[in-house]
Design a protein around this ligand. Sequence first.
Ligand SMILES: [Zn+2]
Length: 73
Amino acid sequence: MNYLGNMIEFKLNEKENELAEEFLQEHRHPEVHKGAIGGHMEFKFIPTSVGDICIVKCSVCDSEKNITDYDSW
Ligand SMILES: [Zn+2]
């Protein structure tokens, strides 16, 4: 199994992108990241047999949000 190859396959659809963007705006933490957006965001993809679960995580305050668009499964 080409795991790295599979990793590259992960994509956010439009709805997931929107949710990720929302999360990003909520977690800009300007007090830590003087205007830079996104450097402290982690994306976790968990492949399942029916679809990919996508979780975005803010490494500044440690909060996570599941942005998976289950409707697209
Ligand atoms: Zn945060």
